[in-house]
Design a protein around this ligand. Structure first.
Ligand code: URP
Ligand code: ZN
Ligand code: ZN
Length: 480
């Protein structure tokens, strides 16, 4: 089955040019001016529109068992919502309970993900440590296409990685050519502040940001980055939300360290006043970690994207309905942490980024797709418009608009933190591996169409890093 996308302006992270794209089967097979449609091909008229690589969301949690409940979007509804918003691939997280096998957890998540409507891959979380974890990490990299491992520095007593675990795991990542990623918040400090606030009678959602002030993130980001530096490992910091954490990344990058940072549209748009809403549901609906931050942090994060010190945007899509959030009605520490956004990310970044002049169109592609593909080693199969790339394509209508509403979204969540925002710039068509699943407002996602994306380890990159790390003299002093 061939599809010819005709008459659009092709936009990648590196170029903007007029041209047509011909897809056959899963792949892009030709790019150029005035391509002929093979007989039987479907034609998409893209005139007046931009043709870009499909979005890659490198941070989602579909169907995550978390805080006594399970995130409401499963791999089908979540990836289908993504397709409606122009996102064609996700990287989700396997999170084994402490003390349980990484491999078993990986296979459990693979089973859940079989219903995905779009392509998917997995970071695997290191939540504890022993020889079997060391072994499983090797098996996951060598045999199962995993090249990134996640470390939650928060969530004490559940999945928090201590410094000892970070050190052991980062070192193992270096051996394997995998990249460690961190949720950077100091879990001990959060635990202490939560207890203190509850004892003071602060039980509502306003306690959430008070228990996780910016210092909590800054300390953890800096610690993780310095541990990575000492070991000679690269590192990817997820959902950077504060100026201080960004400063730690910027400083390290200026020093030649391979540090990458991700941010979320929510952190670019909202400040922490959302937690003061007198409507409990509204305030609790915004409870995610790290929390939304005092004003000024948003401006700093935009600058981080503009300067290239933050490379990716993700959603951390972890959707909980109002009745799930209500588990924390009398105690903010029990409100399931998480917000949604996979359907809105691309349009939010266009509306708030490109239309305001903060980002060029090429930077838009970089931060919504290409950079994630490069960092997680699936470029140019994904994140790229090139002959031989997967035909994951979004035809983008810059004049189209939509008003966000929980009542019309495809995600199963009954709340939307972006409710009521009108966004200019929406997909007119989303293609996943050469098939159209979203067209002019109609979603026709297919359960089980999505395929697992193998991500090979980053051998050559690591060789270079090891040379740098190896330049430090490591030898004993010879004494008489
Ligand atoms: O609040 C959040 N972000 N929930 C999902 C788990 C995580 O920390 O990423
Ligand atoms: Zn997190
Ligand atoms: Zn997350």
């Amino acid at each position: 089955m061939s599809i010819l996308i005709k008459g659009g302006t092709l936009v990648t992270d590196t170029l903007t040019t007029d041209g047509d794209i011909l897809c056959d089967g899963d792949k892009i097979i030709a790019i150029g001016p005035d391509l002929e449609a093979p007989s039987g091909a479907s034609i998409i008229d893209a005139s007046g529109q931009f043709v870009m690589p499909g979005g890659i969301d490198p941070h989602t949690h579909m169907q995550l068992p978390f805080m006594g409940t399970v995130a409401i979007d499963d791999f089908y509804s979540g990836t289908a919502a993504g397709l409606a918003g122009g996102t064609t691939s996700i990287i989700d997280f396997v999170i084994p309970e402490a003390g349980t096998s990484l491999l078993e957890a990986y296979h459990r998540w693979r089973g859940w993900a079989e219903k995905s409507a779009a392509d998917y891959s997995f970071h695997v979380a290191v939540t504890w440590w022993d020889d079997s974890v060391h072994e499983d990490m090797g098996t996951l990299v060598r045999d199962h296409g995993v090249n990134s491992f996640k470390h939650f520095m928060a969530y004490k007593g559940v999945m928090m990685a201590t410094d000892e675990i970070l050190v052991a795991s980062f070192e193992r990542c270096i051996e394997l050519g995998a990249i460690p990623t961190v949720h950077a918040e100091n879990g001990d400090l959060i635990y202490h502040l939560q207890k203190k606030l509850l004892a003071m009678g602060i039980t509502g959602p306003e306690g959430h940001p008070l228990s996780r002030p910016p210092e909590v993130e800054a300390e953890a980001a800096n610690r993780a980055i310095r541990i990575a530096e000492a070991l000679g490992s690269p590192i990817y910091v997820v959902h950077v939300s504060t100026k201080e954490a960004l400063d730690a990344i910027t400083r390290a990058r200026g020093n030649g360290q391979r540090v990458f940072g991700e941010c979320l549209p929510g952190h670019l748009i909202f400040d922490d006043s959302v937690y003061l809403n007198t409507d409990w549901e509204q305030a609790a609906g915004h409870v995610m970690s790290p929390p939304f931050r005092p004003k000024d942090n948003q401006r700093a994060l935009w600058k981080g994207l503009q300067s290239g010190h933050l490379q990716t945007t993700a959603t951390d899509h972890c959707a909980f309905c109002n009745d799930q959030k209500a588990m924390g009605k009398d105690d903010f520490t029990l409100i399931p942490n998480g917000t949604a956004g996979i359907e809105e990310r691309m349009s939010l970044m266009w509306n708030e980024g490109v239309r305001t002049g903060r980002l060029t169109m090429n930077e838009f592609v970089a931060v919504t797709s290409a950079n994630a593909a490069r960092i997680f080693n699936i470029y140019p199969r994904k994140g790229c418009l090139a002959v031989g790339s997967d035909a994951d394509i979004v035809v983008w209508d810059p004049e189209g608009s939509k008003t966000i509403s929980a009542s019309t979204q495809h995600s199963k969540i009954d709340f939307n933190i972006f409710e009521g925002m009108t966004l200019n710039g929406i997909p007119s068509h989303t293609l996943s591996r050469g098939r159209i699943f979203y067209k002019d407002g109609e979603l026709s996602a297919e359960e089980g169409y999505g395929k697992y994306i193998d991500r090979p380890p980053y051998a050559s990159y690591y060789d270079a890093l090891q040379k740098i790390a190896g330049s430090r003299e490591l030898k004993p002093v010879i004494r008489d």
